[in-house]
Design a protein around this ligand. Structure first.
Ligand code: ZN
Length: 338
């Protein structure tokens, strides 16, 4: 046995599918051609992960434009034509946010067809990522609900129904992406963990929550530069998440200023640590990956450890991302067997 591998979620899209190196890329095709191209890209993404020896694979999020809005586009109660420019993640960067105009509803499953297609392509463990309720609320303008907490719980109900269907379709693990947990500590303590638990409690598959320092885009790099030498946000976040109902905590560690000792705060959760830095174009060597894993192994026993990427690789250069994927697999094979 060795430490298992996964990726945070996304891989870059091919240039024939969407604009490259963009967070909100435009599709290059439309209609039936677009749908076929998305599926072709999913096949390539899963094949690349298999080649790299990744144990729990995703569809690379090839079918969605953005990790939050890709989930919201098919819900009712959100008007994508009413865009409001606002600062998000505590004003770290500006984005055009769709507006919540009424009660949110999920008239049909969002990612079920994509998940079934991915399931048909691989025998490996399959992970699907969904934005978590606090991050969803932080990436919308709300003209309907009384406050962020009420809106978050409305989304939690939708997410829970979605997870139930994904689990029934053979998805092994659903990961909720909550970069907002690293920003809004008071809200995390007040209602964030409860909203997370409302999404996952009692569902028939494993679940994870991913909390990170974001993609390698300029606004995030500037923010990271302002955080000083020791990024101890996880020292606040992890003890709270250790009490949650999720199976796994997915966090970043590679090439960052996260002190590895924060991993001692993970309780008995499985921990997916980022051993690949998505904010740098320098491709890790397998030995770099091994060294990061060994840092984590000082605080997390091997039976609870998973090797992953720090965050999604969507906005990266595709050639670099795929070399990093290979390093993830090769470096984890170098680590001591468990
Ligand atoms: Zn992330």
């Amino acid at each position: 046995m060795r430490i298992p591998t996964t990726i945070a979620g996304s891989l870059p899209k091919p240039a024939w599918l969407a604009q490259t190196e963009k967070l909100w890329p435009e599709w290059q095709l439309a209609g039936a051609e677009l749908e076929e191209a998305k599926r072709d890209a999913v096949e390539l993404a899963i094949a690349a992960q298999a080649r790299a020896g990744i144990d729990t694979v995703t569809d690379g999020e090839q079918s969605r434009r953005h990790f939050v809005h890709g989930f919201l586009e098919s819900l009712e109660g959100i008007d994508f034509s009413k865009l409001v420019r606002k600062g998000i993640r505590a004003d770290r960067y500006q984005a055009d946010l769709p507006t919540i105009v009424g009660p949110v509803r999920r008239p049909q499953p969002v990612h079920l067809a994509d998940a079934r297609f991915a399931r048909s392509l691989t025998e490996r463990k399959l992970k699907v990522t969904i934005p978590g309720p606090m991050t969803i609320v932080d990436t919308l303008h709300d003209a309907h609900y009384a406050d962020r907490k009420t809106a978050a719980f409305a989304f939690a109900e939708i997410i829970r129904a979605e997870i139930e269907e994904l689990a029934a379709a053979g998805v092994d693990l659903v990961q909720l992406d909550e970069p907002s947990f690293n920003v809004y500590f008071d809200e995390l303590e007040d209602w964030g963990v409860d909203a997370l638990d409302a999404c996952v409690r009692g569902v028939a598959c494993e679940t994870a929550v991913h909390v990170c320092y974001g993609y390698g885009i300029k606004a995030n790099l500037d923010w990271k530069a302002s955080l000083g030498e020791d990024w101890d946000q996880y020292a606040i976040v992890l003890p709270l998440l250790a009490q949650s109902a999720v199976t796994e905590l997915a966090i970043e560690l590679a090439g960052s200023h996260v002190p590895p000792e924060v991993l001692a705060n993970t309780g008995d959760k499985r921990v997916a640590v980022g051993v690949i830095d998505v904010a740098s174009d320098v491709v890790e060597t397998p030995e770099d990956v091994q060294a990061t894993l060994e840092k984590a192994l000082k605080y997390v026993p091997p039976a609870r450890l998973v090797a992953s990427t720090n965050c999604g690789m969507a906005p990266m250069k595709r050639s670099i991302a795929y070399r990093k994927l290979a390093a993830l697999g090769a470096g984890t094979h170098l680590a001591a067997p468990v």
